[in-house]
Design a protein. Structure first.
Length: 227
């Protein structure tokens, strides 16, 4: 059973998400929150597997709540899945940097939300390729933030690992990376795992952040466009 906490300042949104999740045999909503402070408190109390986190909430917003959850020593197994609108992409990217395991647009189909919750709970942290590309392309033209530390591990990566991190940054799955590079999915998965270890990345989402900050993804680049 995957335990879920819903954090959103709109009661109607929380009710809709609860209704969607509660009919699934393997998903259980164990708590709700209307702001960031409440979200952190509820997560500490209930210890869920996944938090569905809205970004814009009164008081402490979803970004700060995500940061607090990511650095709390007792909550390292809790995954944050950010829900947002396309207009808030800049906040989404900051959420990934803060430690979120992935994100979805609020207008995604319900089946995609259910799939995302299950993937994030399983540690996959698989980002929607189309959404990932939009975020990366929107921010690739901006300079990295002052003090960005993601570049520290760049020299540790092999040429193949750099290539694969760049493909992760454009939103490709392990299977798609395998097809692109003519290697097995297991080999692609191994390279991704090794890159995560070398970069001390919590999950796949942070590889996307690294690819952007290290300049491995060019502005407007789409890996699928080359297929």
């Amino acid at each position: 059973m995957t335990r879920v906490v819903i954090a959103d300042d709109q009661a109607m949104v929380r009710a809709g998400l609860r209704a969607l999740l509660s009919v699934e045999d393997d998903l259980e909503v164990v708590g709700e929150a209307a702001d960031g402070d409440e979200a952190v408190a509820v997560v500490l109390e209930t210890r869920p597997d996944v938090v569905l986190m809205d970004i814009r909430m009164p008081g402490v917003d979803g970004l700060e709540a995500t940061r607090q959850l990511a650095r709390h020593p007792e909550l390292c197994d809790v995954k944050v899945l950010v829900l947002t609108t396309f207009e808030l992409d800049e906040y989404v990217f900051e959420a990934l940097r803060a430690g979120a395991g992935g994100f979805l647009l609020k207008d995604e189909e319900p089946v995609e939300l259910l799939r995302a919750v299950r993937l994030v709970a399983a540690g996959e942290s698989l980002l929607s390729p189309s959404v990932t590309r939009r975020v990366v392309e929107a921010f690739a033209e901006s300079p990295p933030p002052p003090g960005a530390s993601s570049l520290d591990g760049l020299d540790e990566l092999t040429e193949r690992e750099r290539e694969i991190v760049a493909l992760v940054g454009t939103g490709l799955s392990n299977h798609e990376i395998a097809e692109r590079l003519v290697i097995s999915p297991a080999t692609a998965r191994t390279h991704v795992s090794r890159a995560m270890l070398k970069l001390a990345a919590r999950d796949r989402a942070q590889l996307v952040v690294f690819a952007y900050e290290a300049g491995l993804v060019a502005p407007g680049h789409s890996a699928r466009a080359e297929s």
